[in-house]
Design a protein. Structure first.
Length: 143
């Protein structure tokens, strides 16, 4: 391959090549400058998802109001509904992410026969214990 006497010359050649190309690019840069108008800047920024602070504040308060309205979900438990059916309703409303897990959790807690009829206001993201507490299923004795 390389002899020991040729290797330093090879490294020296690579170094000189790097220095020459760097010098050429420093002396003759290929940079294209363009002046943008304010409208073009705003358009490009909006394409990137940037917004003005005032727009962001107004939209975030509107979003918060909409989120609060969407968070309240009514669950109607009717006479004769089984735990399986209540679990299915909770899943369909998007309150829980897995109906089987909730169903098995409620059975573990021993509350499958303690379902109460009524209309309940729930939100997404509640823990299983909180849901059972709101539904008046999970009592202090069953915990």
């Amino acid at each position: 391959m390389f002899s020991k006497t040729r290797f330093p010359y090879f490294i020296l050649g690579i170094g000189i090549g790097i220095l020459l190309t760097s010098t050429l690019y420093i002396l003759n840069p290929v940079i294209e400058y363009r002046d943008y108008s304010e409208e073009e800047i705003i358009e490009i920024a909006s394409d990137l998802g940037m917004v003005f602070i005032k727009e962001n504040i107004n939209s975030s308060t509107k979003k918060n109001e909409k989120e609060q309205e969407q968070k309240k979900i009514n669950l109607v438990v009717e006479q004769g509904d089984s735990l399986k059916k209540v679990s299915q309703k909770l899943y369909d409303l998007g309150i829980i992410d897995n109906e089987e897990k909730f169903h098995n959790y409620a059975i573990q807690k021993g509350v499958e026969k303690k379902i109460r009829v009524g209309t309940y206001v729930l939100t997404k993201g509640l823990s299983y214990d909180n849901i059972l507490n709101i539904l008046n299923i999970l009592t202090k004795q069953a915990r």
